[in-house]
Design a protein around this ligand. Structure first.
Ligand code: OOB
Length: 584
């Protein structure tokens, strides 16, 4: 493995202005990344135009368009030329609605070819999309609108999405709500005639058409509050896309199935849909990872690659549509990431699905690790790969930030050409999440093998990974405190054979002082339903509702007075049962 060069002394000095919106890389490192050819000064709009020039009539996107009411509409095939034209058409339509380069716009659409068209339209306009997940609801979308002063929210016609959009508009009357796929919506969004529209010229620092400027915002799984916004530049994001596509060996024959949420970093860029487009391949959109729907799409479209979280893989490994592996199936590579994958499950992939496994360990903040295709079995099944770039700097440290030897678990810190240096408008959080010399504290506990491969051992951050969907414990604890029967609340993750982890809210109820002596603890089952309904009404995404609620007269505390979560986990962890991997 190439050893990353030590940063030059000037690399540690920053002369570019640090705003609370975007923390630039130190100029010395930025120069090194440009000199190495990682940052090419090319914005997404030019990237798309070049792809259309190279692959014009080839199919870029296949899938059901978004229809009225958020239901799947007709099946569409978009060539690279169509996609380029649609991006211009959406840019023109957005401009006609008054949107300009530099405006922040929440993109909240379910999987469909439309998501990519609208996303690329926003990028062509130079507006900066905030990549919400389709599962997000009023609570998350309103928080994004508040944090970012979003000029617009682009959503689908599904009644839940429309309800969430109305809540955003109530809180932020100036935020335009534009609806895709529904001509009867108040403000429908369809591509306009782009002939009369002129693409804005690069205005570094103002429009995101300058390649070093922010192109879009990814979302952090986080451990505190609502998800933080992650500013990704054209230069850094396109580098990770190109390098991912190359190291995964994608070609014009690649047919990638986008089965996980399309705008998540894994599905979008690792190498995902954009990596596939970069290679001239075809992206097929599925509404979700359900094995029956995906099996049909694989057969219909000749899918070669898919990205799954471990909980979805477990379903595929049991599905009659896949097991035993279909002779003649086109599926060649199943990429798995987003959450820990047990080695005994990993080993089942080739035999049961007739495809190679590739583990991917990444994060929306940047760093992505891949097991390289063709690696030996111990690497393929037993590690989460190694970083994309020779310039990804990795530190594994103890609690005092001192490096630990290979093989010893430690905190993973990283910096490099596509890892952010700061979240959007979060100076206090940034002071904790980054070291003074710019390493991002991932919150993951890993070991490194002497050959550089990383193995994820656990997590330090107070986040629950529920089948790849990340839940910041604090966000839900805080929301639960708003319920009249809750005095204190702690959200913990408990092991689950299918999801990896599921959530348990441990609640100390509010006691009425008059009835104090005689009052019995509320029934946990009844409280589970009540609190889940309460959180839904508060507008939280369904995946954040606690799977289980337990009631205690007082929460256990550490000597420092913090809730003792390890004690709670030990108390409520299920007795070991057969794992889905063993249970067949
Ligand atoms: C991906 O991105 P995020 O931002 O949703 O979550 C990142 C976190 C990591 O810090 C780690 O805790 C966990 O998800 N994670 C894994 C993992 N991949 C991610 N934990 C164990 N094994 C893995 N293979 O989840 C993401 C972004 C790009 C590519 C792939 C995943």
């Amino acid at each position: 493995m190439t050893v990353p060069p030590a940063p030059s002394p000037e690399g540690l000095v920053t002369d570019a202005p640090i705003t609370s919106e975007f923390t630039p890389w130190p100029p010395g490192l930025a120069r090194a990344y440009r000199a190495a050819g990682y940052w090419r000064g090319e914005p997404f709009s030019a990237w798309l135009r070049a792809l259309a020039g190279q692959f014009g009539p080839r199919p870029a996107l296949l899938g059901h368009a978004l229809g009225p009411g958020g239901q799947p509409g007709g099946w569409v095939t978009r060539t690279y030329a169509d996609l380029d034209a649609a991006a211009s058409g959406y840019a023109a339509a957005l401009a006609a609605r008054g949107l300009r380069a530099g405006d922040r716009v929440i993109l909240h659409l379910p999987n469909s070819p439309d998501v990519f068209e609208v996303l690329l339209g926003l990028l062509r306009l130079g507006a900066r999309p905030i990549l919400a997940l389709a599962a997000h609801r009023a609570a998350e979308l309103t928080a994004f609108a508040t944090q970012a002063h979003a000029r617009a929210l682009i959503t689908g016609g599904h009644p839940d999405a429309q309800r969430a959009a109305r809540a955003v508009q109530t809180a932020h009357p100036d935020t335009l709500v534009l609806t895709v796929g529904d001509p009867d919506a108040a403000l429908p969004l369809t591509p306009a005639d782009a002939a009369a529209w002129t693409e804005p010229a690069a205005q570094p620092g103002v429009s995101s058409q300058g390649a070093g400027d922010v192109a879009l915002y990814q979302l952090s799984g986080g451990s505190t509050g609502t998800p933080k916004l992650i500013p990704r530049t054209h230069d850094d994001y396109l580098y990770s896309i190109r390098a991912s596509a190359e190291l995964c060996g994608l070609t014009p024959d690649t047919v990638f199935l986008a089965a996980l949420p399309a705008t998540h970093n894994f599905t979008l860029t690792s190498p995902g849909a954009f990596g596939t487009l970069h290679a001239g391949g075809t992206v097929v959109t599925a509404p979700g990872p359900a094995p029956d729907v995906c099996a049909a799409l694989i057969e219909r479209c000749g899918v070669t690659h898919v990205a799954l979280v471990p909980s979805a893989l477990l379903l595929w490994l049991r599905a009659p549509q896949f097991t035993p592996a279909r002779p003649g199936s086109t599926l060649r590579v199943v990429q798995v990431g987003g959450a820990p994958l047990a080695p005994d499950v990993a080993r089942q992939v080739p035999q049961r699905l007739g495809a190679a496994l590739q583990q991917v360990f990444g994060m929306a903040e940047g760093l992505v690790n891949y097991v390289r295709p063709g690696s030996a079995g111990d690497v393929t099944y037993g590690t989460q790969g190694r970083p994309i770039s020779p310039h990804d700097e990795i530190l594994i440290v103890d609690d005092e930030d001192r490096p630990v030897p290979d093989g010893t678990p430690g905190h993973l810190l990283t910096r490099g050409p596509y890892t952010i240096r700061g979240y959007f408008r979060a100076p206090e959080h940034n002071a904790r999440a980054f070291t003074p010399d710019g390493y991002y504290r991932t919150g993951d506990i890993v070991t490194r093998r002497p050959d550089g491969h990383l193995i994820v051992q656990g997590r330090h951050k107070d986040q629950i990974n529920r089948g790849g969907e990340k839940i910041a414990a604090e966000e839900i604890e805080h929301a639960l405190l708003g319920h009249p029967r809750v005095f204190q609340a702690a959200l913990i993750g408990l092991p689950d054979p299918w999801l990896g982890e599921r959530t348990c809210a441990v609640v100390q109820p509010r006691v009425d002082p008059d009835e104090h002596a005689s009052q019995a603890l509320p029934d946990a089952c009844a409280l589970t339903l009540e609190l889940r309904r309460y959180l839904l009404e508060q507008g939280f995404a369904a995946f954040k509702l606690p799977d289980r609620v337990e009631v205690l007269p007082t929460l256990p505390r550490t000597p420092f007075g913090k809730v003792d979560k390890p004690a709670l986990r030990a108390r409520y962890a299920p007795t070991p049962a057969l794992s889905p991997a063993q249970d067949q």
